[in-house]
Design a protein around this ligand. Structure first.
Ligand SMILES: NC(=O)c1ccc[n+]([C@@H]2O[C@H](COP(=O)([O-])OP(=O)(O)OC[C@H]3O[C@@H](n4cnc5c(N)ncnc54)[C@H](OP(=O)(O)O)[C@@H]3O)[C@@H](O)[C@H]2O)c1
Length: 311
């Protein structure tokens, strides 16, 4: 059977597996303890098994910069459209609206996968515990599926101990980090009981983080993309290479980019305030990029952030 994807995927994901929605276990040798799962969520979004065994959808809904009524309605509609993974953070100042959107959706809590993040000003053991409870209260939830240290600043070891305790107490199903480089990850894990399940980092066709991805994969830590579209910066949605691939498959540039993330084994959480875009962004499991497509996208890597103001 012909293999697809870039060289790292070749031999681990078959065309049939990808066309079936990426539902494929590549085996312990290739992926360590993480891998695509054979089970699909009810809405056909493939799930990945995290290092601690928790299943997580590979495509979700981002909520950065969505506020108030727009945020609440967007979250409710996203769930109605089929999203189950919802990504928020204390610093987005929208946890109440996200919680209201979840409530309004009427969706069974167990069918959802809710992520939030601890901000820098809450770092440390006791502050992290208080921040977590505030986040839960705002979201009107009893537990979180995933809680991340948003940025590697402050007393991250104290925060991590608090998160390990909350994880052990059943208040958080999986714990992880965001924006950690390999050295920061090594420093955190050196004294930790629990390995991060996730590192959520900026990655998109212009910043592919190839070495970071390989390092996370070797460590059994799942990579998650923030700004999977680079927020449209650098002309992403009108990039001629992406447009050509999109035309070839009868898909949009957004779908090609999300499909590329998926075939790299990276979880993506695109944000949209547009209901049509939200649905378009879910429709990526009925086509596959071939090796030539993946090579052409690989060549777009500028290996630099599109968000220098956040570094
Ligand atoms: N951990 C971190 O430090 C961190 C940092 C940043 C973001 N995040 C998370 O990652 C999520 C995603 O990143 P992001 O929100 O910064 O940016 P993004 O998802 O890369 O891009 C969002 C932009 O793409 C547009 N868009 C979405 N779907 C489209 C489509 N099908 N066609 C054309 N345009 C489309 C949206 O416009 P419309 O609204 O018009 O569709 C919006 O302007 C965030 O929402 C947040 O949850 C985490």
């Amino acid at each position: 059977m012909k293999n697809i994807g870039n060289e790292e995927e070749t031999g681990t994901i078959t065309r049939r597996a990808v066309l079936q929605g990426g539902a494929f276990v590549a085996g312990a040798a290739a992926l360590g303890r993480i891998g695509w799962a054979t089970a699909k969520s009810q809405d056909s979004i493939p799930q990945v098994r995290l290092g601690n065994g928790v299943m997580m959808p590979m495509l979700g809904f981002g909520t950065y910069s969505l506020r108030g009524d727009v945020c609440r309605e967007s979250v409710t509609d996203a769930i109605a459209a089929g999203y189950r993974l919802i990504d928020t953070a204390k610093v987005y100042e929208n946890e109440e609206a996200v919680g209201a959107g979840i409530q309004k959706s009427g969706m069974d809590r167990k069918s959802l996968f809710v992520t939030s993040k601890i901000w820098v000003d809450d770092s440390g053991h006791e502050p992290a515990k208080r921040a977590f409870q505030t986040t839960l209260d705002k979201l009107q939830l009893e537990y979180l599926d995933l809680y991340l240290i948003h940025r590697p600043r402050g007393d991250v070891n104290g925060s991590w101990r608090a998160m390990e305790e909350l994880n052990a107490a059943g208040k958080i199903r999986a714990i992880g980090v965001s924006n950690f480089d390999p050295a920061q990850m090594a420093s955190l894990t050196a004294g930790a009981k629990t390995k991060p399940a996730i590192n959520q980092v900026e990655t998109h066709p212009f910043f592919q983080e190839t070495a970071e991805r390989a390092s996370l994969r070797a460590a059994g830590v799942q990579m998650e993309a923030w700004a999977p579209f680079a927020e449209g910066r650098n002309g992403l949605f009108t990039n001629p290479v992406l447009e050509k691939i999109a035309t070839k498959h009868g898909k949009s540039v957004a779908q090609v980019v999300l499909r590329w993330h998926h075939q790299r084994g990276v979880i993506a959480i695109p944000r949209s305030s547009n209901p049509q875009h939200r649905r378009e962004n879910l429709a990526i499991f009925n086509f596959a990029l071939d090796a030539g497509d993946m090579r052409a996208i690989a060549a777009l890597d500028e290996n630099r952030t599109q968000f220098p103001e956040w570094s």
